[in-house]
Design a protein around this ligand. Structure first.
Ligand code: SF4
Length: 480
């Protein structure tokens, strides 16, 4: 079975990949259909506007409270888990996180790891790192398993294989799972995947998972899932490694309840998922199941850069529901792979510049019409459009400008010429006489403009010329 994974495509090739995606009618059809489906599912969950806004107030308050006290809460989480017999590791960078996990695996002689869904492990390219060192990683979430078989990255943070058609999956299973006949029957495909994965839980030396939320007061790791693979990978193998971004902690266990409700309803339109797994330590004396060792890896990977800035800190409120992606007109047309980052769509555009650097990710913030849909559906009220504008400003800032919290890659798109153009533009707009003169000159020099439409306007449907009169309009409609 092919379990190899690919390295990230460089995010700086975003424009070329977006163009390729726009020219792929099958991909556009798949995403359009999937996005419409997910939007309707979410809408069905939030029929009561007052309840939705009340829940959003609660969710935002919980996340803001947690971020305001982040260092203290992380230390409490560590103390609680340590007291329960778990080991907590701190990783500043993907390299450190990978080395820690490899160290744990080497310490117990592990050769096989079975994974529950974890975007943090995608972020550090863990599979690739471990496979280069002779340790096989098998994704057990069905969507992740499919993209792993295809040698691809997830194209959505909640539904990794959303870009795959039934026929794609049938072909993959036929090619990679011995003895599997081609079928497009969804139930049969799911059963085949389940049967193949089931033995992996028993054979694995380590189970690895992500963490949706962590409660500092009780030292509880909260995992949300639908397939049971999360529960199996965190209980069957002797060692469980959980990896989470440092922002996932909240103050109290009870604070997770509104977040979990917002997460499942916003993500998949479910009132609740099939499984909530609450993990508070390794197996205790007298218990019949659970791992004998529990490790938690706390990953920074640039999050403290966002944390240091009062406005950008709100990026870390994210609960990874994917609703902003599902409602984004850009993501809905180009899909997740075009972004070239672990987190695509609006959340990716505001988070990736911290995880990577602004040089390679500055274009992502420009892939938005600033329609505001992402901010409107975000269950924890992250002001995504404002953050996109802020990141555009940072990318165009003078690289030598002194600012309180410079971003890595500040001024990546800085251009003296562009700055001059905008200065001229704002000068003309600010003075009526200058604007009139500019308009007079621009009208007469229109012949200098390029004939072909530029940039995204190429993909717009041209507007029909307006009817000249009411009589024309009636004639067009076939009315005398
Ligand atoms: S930014 Fe908001 S809408 Fe987007 S994934 Fe995060 S929580 Fe969900």
């Amino acid at each position: 079975m092919n379990t190899s994974t690919l390295h990230f495509v460089p995010p700086e090739d975003f424009h070329a990949r977006s163009r390729a995606a726009l020219d792929d009618p099958q991909l556009r059809r798949s995403f359009r259909g999937a996005m419409t489906f997910l939007q309707e599912k979410r809408r069905g969950q939030f029929g009561d506007e007052d309840e939705l806004q009340h829940l959003r107030d609660l969710g935002e308050a919980v996340r803001k409270n947690a971020l305001a006290r982040l260092p203290e809460l992380l230390e409490r989480l560590e103390a609680q888990l340590t007291a329960a017999g778990a080991r907590v590791h701190w990783a500043d960078t993907p390299e450190e996180a990978n080395a820690i996990i490899h160290g744990i695996a080497a310490g117990c002689g592990a050769r096989r790891i079975v994974k529950g869904k974890s975007m943090a492990s995608e972020e550090i390219e863990l599979n690739h790192y471990l496979e280069e060192r002779g340790i096989a990683c098998l994704e057990s979430d069905m969507g992740e398993y499919i993209v792993q078989l295809a040698g691809e990255k997830p194209s959505h943070i909640v539904m990794p294989a959303i870009h795959k058609t039934r026929a794609d999956i049938a072909t993959l299973f036929e090619q990679h799972i011995p003895g599997t006949a081609y079928t497009e029957d969804v139930d049969e495909l799911i059963q085949t995947g389940r049967r193949t994965l089931r033995s992996a839980f028993v054979e694995a030396d380590i189970g690895l998972s992500g963490v949706n939320f962590a409660a500092a007061d009780t030292g509880t790791l909260w995992l949300v899932e639908n397939e049971g693979n999360g529960r199996l990978s965190t209980t069957v193998p002797n060692v469980h490694i959980a990896i989470m971004g440092i922002e996932k902690v909240v103050e109290k266990l009870e604070h997770i309840v509104p977040l979990a409700s917002l997460l499942t309803r916003s993500a998949t339109g479910q009132p609740i998922t099939t499984y909530f797994n609450l993990i508070s330590g390794p197996r205790r004396a007298g218990e019949l199941d659970g791992p004998r060792e529990l490790h938690l890896v706390l990953l920074d990977n640039g999050r403290t850069q966002a944390y240091a800035d009062e406005q950008l800190r709100s990026t870390l409120q994210c609960i990874r529901c994917g609703a902003c992606m599902n409602h984004c007109p850009v993501y809905g047309r180009i899909g997740g792979h075009a972004y070239g980052t672990t987190y695509p769509g609006p959340i990716g555009a505001i988070l990736s510049p911290h995880l990577l650097v602004l040089e390679s990710t500055a274009d992502l913030a420009t892939a938005s019409s600033l329609c505001g849909a992402c901010g409107e559906v975000c269950p924890v009220r992250i002001p995504i459009p404002q953050l996109l504008v802020r990141l555009r400003t940072e990318a165009n800032r003078d690289p030598h400008a002194q600012v309180a919290h410079p971003l890595r890659g500040q001024g990546a798109k800085y251009s003296r010429g562009e700055r001059l153009v905008w200065r001229f533009w704002s000068g003309a707009f600010g003075r009526p006489a200058a604007y009139r003169l500019f308009r007079w000159a621009a009208t007469r020099l229109r012949w200098l403009a390029p004939k072909d439409q530029l940039g995204w306007t190429k993909y717009r449907t041209p507007l029909k010329p307006a009817p000249r009169s009411l009589a024309d309009l009636l004639r067009e409609r076939g009315q005398p």
